[in-house]
Design a protein around this ligand. Structure first.
Ligand code: PEP
Ligand code: MG
Length: 618
């Protein structure tokens, strides 16, 4: 499903229904993508945006110079506007600043001597089209090329969609300045209103005042876009991708936006309204509790300490991780360093990035997982370096993935290990190996690590003392069932339930057709985890879980009951998990886990887990 903004379409006359003065209008419900939690109630404020689709305009050769000057003026104007926006950043919350500043920098770069501006000029000169037409055609062409070049990997597709949106966005800005069309204005947005519009670009979100705005719903956009990330950072309840909403919601229409369920209600009936008001109060209460929870320890009612760490995919998540009250990073997926680039990051570049994260955690532990290429993760820099074929193998999940590739490409592995070791001077670091299936792989990896340590010492580098522990992901059935042997040599275990579930159940984690089969509560997966946890505990080796399972608060009692005392998850999930940890006793969880482990049916286990969770929230 492509949620990115389609090419601008011709202006569509707004269909506005005449106001019906007498009888109350029946309530109408819409559904979209919930991107930012919370419930908003308020009258609709419609920011009508004139659409931009320049007609294909041809010019005469004699007009080329004039078109070029118009283009230059529009580019200058766009730079000025973005400069002003940059100056406003100080007024925004810190999270939004970290989201928007790099985006504005990227826009400004595109307005400089970039492929975009060069090709726009070329189109004017060679294709003899107006500046507007050239901008529109070129930004669409680059966006389409970016999307076409993206592989199948979810992260890669997401990155390509973002870059395509950025190019389109800058194109629209130049066209507005060429045609002198006004930008969406939010200055007249009344306090407490809900904003409903076709599309919100990230720079629009930067103009919103979250203290005045109740909520946002748009027809376009999706979960992964910059605008969604920023709305979350601003804490504004929001639902995006609601087809047909703007026509149905004239300004002033009473509306409810539920950013948790994705539901929009227009002209709500009194009972719906009362229910929404109760939800607003409950959500505010929950937020308050979470803020209080941040400083409270993760501890069960019978005094068992539980480590609650965050997973990190991008350094931009650091502020959220701090906000969530995570006491460490339990899984730094280092793939981001290798993505969207043509060359491999060298030791110095990697060291700087790891060091930045480690230092930002201020002494809290950071578990850095070495590159996990393969499966659904593609990394262009490896293709460009000729280390992996351009085409993914037919069965990538069972191919040259994770540690297997690193052991085949020692330079790649050694460079990363050297960078991690150097960064470890800035704090507490652990090194994690992905996709282990045999004891031999762990031994071979340790040999490489020892070699790197010796080389760094010879080079006169200072090294951390003690040296970082070397642990392994338990994410294959082979590793789980060899956990007793692996625990003798690995310094710690991190259970990767995402892959463990996929490999145990032979159900691809990214394939919607088998989504119903992919269930980490399958007794086979639970038994694999139980075996690995017990093997680690027996030898007093730290063991954590860092797959998506860890962030689902419903599963927390079962995982505690299986003996886990360390969880790593997406930062947003952490407060809920901590709340559950603080509500349960480890002893009751152990009893519950024993009962669950006697069951053979997934559906029975799901029902038991649901029931336990309900008993806590009730
Ligand atoms: C896992 O497999 O559970 C895991 C945490 O690793 P990833 O999701 O990065 O494959
Ligand atoms: Mg994995």
């Amino acid at each position: 499903m492509n949620r990115s903004r389609p090419a601008a379409r011709p202006a569509r006359p707004a269909k506005r229904r005449p106001a019906q003065a007498a009888a109350p209008r029946p309530e109408r419900r819409f559904h979209g993508i919930p991107v930012s939690e919370g419930v908003a109630i308020g009258p609709v404020f419609g920011a009508a945006e004139p659409r931009i689709e320049p007609a294909h305009q041809r010019i005469l050769a004699a007009d080329i110079e004039a078109e070029r000057s118009r283009l230059d003026a529009a580019i200058q104007q766009s730079k000025k506007q973005l400069g002003k926006l940059h100056a406003r950043l100080d007024l925004l919350p810190e999270d939004s600043q970290t989201e928007i500043a790099p985006l504005i920098d990227a826009y400004l770069q595109m307005l400089g001597p970039s492929r975009l501006t060069r090709n726009i000029r070329r189109r004017i000169e060679e294709k003899l089209v107006s500046a507007e037409t050239a901008v529109h055609q070129e930004s669409e062409a680059i966006a389409a090329a970016l999307l076409a070049a993206a592989g199948e990997g979810a992260e890669e597709r997401l990155a390509a969609r973002r870059r395509a949106d950025e190019v389109r966005e800058i194109g629209r800005r130049i066209i507005r300045n060429l045609t002198h069309q006004p930008f969406q204005s939010f200055s007249s947005l009344p306090s407490g209103a809900v904003l409903i519009c076709q599309y919100l670009r990230p720079s629009d979100v930067a103009l919103l005042d979250p203290s005045r705005l109740a909520g946002v719903a748009t027809e376009e956009g999706g979960m992964e876009g910059h605008s969604a990330i920023m709305l979350r950072a601003l804490g504004v309840p929001a639902v995006l991708g609601v087809a047909g909403l703007t026509d149905a919601a004239p300004p002033g229409t009473p509306a409810i936006i539920d950013g948790s369920s994705g539901e929009i209600v227009l002209d709500p009936a009194p009972e719906t309204l009362a229910q929404a008001r109760r939800a607003v109060t409950a959500f505010a209460q929950e937020r308050q509790n979470w803020a209080r929870l941040r400083r409270l320890p993760g501890r069960t009612t019978d005094g068992q300490a539980v480590e609650l760490h965050a997973n990190l995919e991008l350094p931009a998540e650091l502020p959220l991780i701090a906000q969530a009250g995570a006491t460490g990073i339990g899984l730094l997926r280092s793939e981001f360093l290798f993505m969207n680039r043509e060359t491999l990051p060298n030791e110095a570049q990697q060291t700087e990035i790891y060091r930045g994260v480690v230092a930002a955690m201020g002494g809290d532990p950071v578990t850095i997982r070495v590159l996990d290429w393969g499966g659904e993760k593609e990394v262009e820099a490896l293709n460009a370096a000729g280390l992996v074929p351009d085409q993914m193998p037919e069965n990538p999940a069972l191919g040259m993935r994770g540690l297997r590739l690193l052991l085949r490409e020692p330079d790649l592995f050694e460079t990363q290990l050297a960078a991690i070791l150097r960064a470890a001077l800035a704090g507490k670091v652990r090194i994690l190996l992905p996709m282990v299936t045999t004891l031999h792989e762990l031994r071979a990896a340790r040999e490489v690590l020892d070699r790197v340590i010796r080389r760094l010492r010879r080079r006169g580098e200072r090294l951390p003392d003690p040296l970082p522990p070397l642990g392994i992901m338990i994410e294959t059935p082979a590793a789980a069932l060899s956990a007793d042997a692996l625990a003798l040599e690995a310094d710690f275990f991190a259970i990767g339930s995402n892959d463990l579930t996929m490999y145990a159940l032979a159900a691809d984690r990214g394939d919607a057709d088998v989504a119903a089969l992919y269930n980490p509560l399958h007794p086979a997966v639970l038994r694999l985890m139980q075996f690995a946890i017990e093997a680690a505990l027996l030898l007093r080796k730290p063991v954590s879980v860092c797959g998506e399972l860890a962030g689902n608060a419903k599963f927390t009692p079962l995982l505690l009951g299986l003996g886990l005392r360390s969880f790593s998850m997406n930062a947003a999930a952490l407060p809920r998990v901590k709340q559950v940890v603080r509500q349960v006793s480890a002893e009751a969880c152990a009893r519950f886990a024993r009962k669950v482990m006697e069951e053979n049916e997934v559906s029975t286990i799901v029902a038991m887990v649901d029931e336990f969770a309900a008993s806590l929230s009730g």
